[in-house]
Design a protein. Structure first.
Length: 53
């Protein structure tokens, strides 16, 4: 059995939003699109925070 290495995709804000939205949609039964729209709103109270690197 040979091991293969996977290349990692760069995590972007778009990918993080999509992953969070799909996870939340599974838990709540809401649509992924609706949750994504809410997460992408630019007038969020947490707009001053950035993603950890």
């Amino acid at each position: 059995m040979t091991s293969t290495r996977r290349t990692r995709k760069k995590m972007t804000a778009e990918n993080l939003i999509r992953a969070s939205a799909s996870s939340t949609a599974i838990e709540t039964g809401q649509s992924v699109e609706a949750i994504e729209r809410k997460l992408k709103v630019k007038n969020s109270k947490f707009l001053h925070l950035s993603l950890a690197k």
